[in-house]
Design a protein around this ligand. Structure first.
Ligand code: 4NP
Length: 168
């Protein structure tokens, strides 16, 4: 497994989660990671945000199926509003964790000239049970089972991330 990028300042860590629409995968990961960080007493030390590379859903709530899976597992999906990833996020986040290879390509296209490309990593690079395929499958075109499967990936991966963030 890879390491999280070093913090840019000693004042804490800022982590961005990025997918395509910011209504399914990255908001689910955002809610679960924020929940686990709060439970671990790390909410004031680690800032989390999420965005999508596309602009179609800016300002919208998350997909109702993503919200359904989160609520079913005890998480609060209501606060999320979709936003778009812009190059400026390179100056604001220590790590930019993307959900799939397409997101990675799109994010790297927006890297400023002095941007640190090594701060862009696949989210599943931190999934202890990932095989060769490090993409979080896009559940948008499927049914509720796809969202439940994505949540399982997110549970494992965010557990690992919290462990890393607790002991940098
Ligand atoms: P997400 O899923 O990237 O996990 O939020 C998608 C949401 C919307 C679309 C594609 C993927 N879309 O084409 O609108």
């Amino acid at each position: 497994m890879v390491d999280l990028p070093a913090p840019r300042t000693p004042r804490g860590y800022a982590l961005a989660l990025v997918c395509l629409g910011n209504i399914c995968r990255s908001p689910m990961a955002h809610v679960v990671l924020a929940h686990k960080l709060a439970a671990a007493g790390l909410a004031s030390q680690v800032a989390v945000a999420s965005s999508g590379t596309g602009d179609w859903h800016i300002g919208e709530k998350m997909d109702h199926r993503a919200a359904e899976s989160l609520a079913h597992h005890g998480y609060d999906p209501t606060v999320h509003r979709a936003q778009q990833f812009v190059g400026d996020w390179f100056t604001r986040y220590d790590a930019i964790l993307v959900m799939d290879a397409g997101n990675r390509r799109d994010v790297l296209r927006l890297t400023p000239a002095d941007g640190d490309r090594e701060r862009v990593l696949l989210f599943r690079a931190f999934d202890p049970e990932a095989g060769d395929d490090l993409d979080v499958p896009d559940p948008w075109y499927g049914d509720q089972r796809g969202f439940e499967a994505v949540l399982q990936i997110i549970e494992r991966t965010t557990d690992e991330l919290v462990t890393r963030l607790a002991d940098p």
